[in-house]
Design a protein around this ligand. Structure first.
Ligand code: FES
Length: 108
């Protein structure tokens, strides 16, 4: 399989209910990954973008979190409704969806 243009790491970490940090899984990471997979298929991007499920990316309070490489762009607080905008604007158009990007405060 050829190297992809982008690798998208989506946190799928799951913690027990009531955990103080919460988890991306309980915030809908699985549904989001499923939506991304559908969109990549629909837009014929499977050969260019690879979705990878990961464990905790340590930005739990900003979850659902995903990291896009080699762009080194991190998105947070993403819902299923945001997936199409990220695919269209970032993966197709090459521009950031700035309202969803994580900043320095999210990594403290
Ligand atoms: S649980 Fe997703 S970043 Fe920690």
């Amino acid at each position: 399989m050829a190297k992809r243009d982008r690798y998208v790491f989506i946190c799928m970490n799951d913690r027990p209910p009531g955990h103080p940090r919460g988890s991306c899984y309980e915030r809908g990471a699985a549904q989001l990954a499923e939506r991304f997979a559908m969109l990549l298929m629909e837009k014929d991007l499977l050969g260019k973008v690879r979705i990878i499920s990961t464990s905790c990316l340590d930005t739990c309070e900003s979850g659902v979190t995903l990291a896009v490489y080699p762009d080194d762009v991190w998105y947070g607080r993403i819902s299923v409704e945001d997936a199409e905008e990220i695919v269209e604007r970032h993966f197709v158009g090459g521009e950031l969806v700035e309202r969803l990007t994580l900043g320095p405060a999210d990594f403290e």
